[in-house]
Unconditional design. Structure first.
Length: 170
């Protein structure tokens, strides 16, 4: 059965933990960064269930402990591959339903990644949207690893890609 993503639940979690760490989860700041771990927590707070059911570790998304987690929970590129690869017919119809999106399709709780040579190296979440009339003026993002809360996306340097989260199967 398909369920809609709780965007406000994800955003509330993101705003609560952008400048701090949830003690229920490991902090990976000293092991390359905590950004994707934080975003995974945000998306999970938006109702998307952990997915232990894929055929191999790259088709799963979960964190139960530091020693019992998937690369897609904590790594930027594996996160992208799981989130965009969980939508095709050879998956188990469980977990997130998301897709790459255009800039003007984004909503609160959607994900932005910085990329280099086609590979993601940093992950952020949209926590506010600035409008000029009906037009998006800028998105404000929150992140861990160089912790930021409601920082203008327009000031982030580098090539980007965008992930729209529609919901999840359960």
């Amino acid at each position: 059965m398909f369920y809609e993503y709780d965007r406000m639940g994800a955003v509330q979690y993101a705003r609560r933990w952008a400048l701090d760490r949830n003690p229920r989860f490991q902090d990976y700041e000293e092991w390359g960064g905590n950004c994707t771990n934080y975003i995974s927590q945000c998306v999970n707070a938006g109702g998307v269930p952990m997915d232990p059911y894929g055929g191999n570790v790259m088709k799963k998304w979960y964190w139960y402990s530091d020693k019992n987690r998937t690369p897609s929970w904590t790594g930027a590129q594996p996160f992208f591959e799981y989130f965009t690869g969980n939508n095709n017919d050879d998956t188990d119809n469980f977990g997130v339903y998301a897709a790459e999106a255009d800039y003007d399709e984004l909503e609160l709780g959607d994900v932005v990644q910085l990329i280099k040579d086609g590979k993601a190296y940093h992950t952020m979440i949209i926590t506010r949207i600035l409008l000029d009339g009906d037009e998006v003026y800028d998105y404000l993002i929150s992140q861990n690893t160089y912790d930021l809360l409601d920082y203008p996306l327009s000031l982030k340097v580098g090539e980007r890609r965008y992930l729209k989260i529609f919901g999840y199967y359960k």
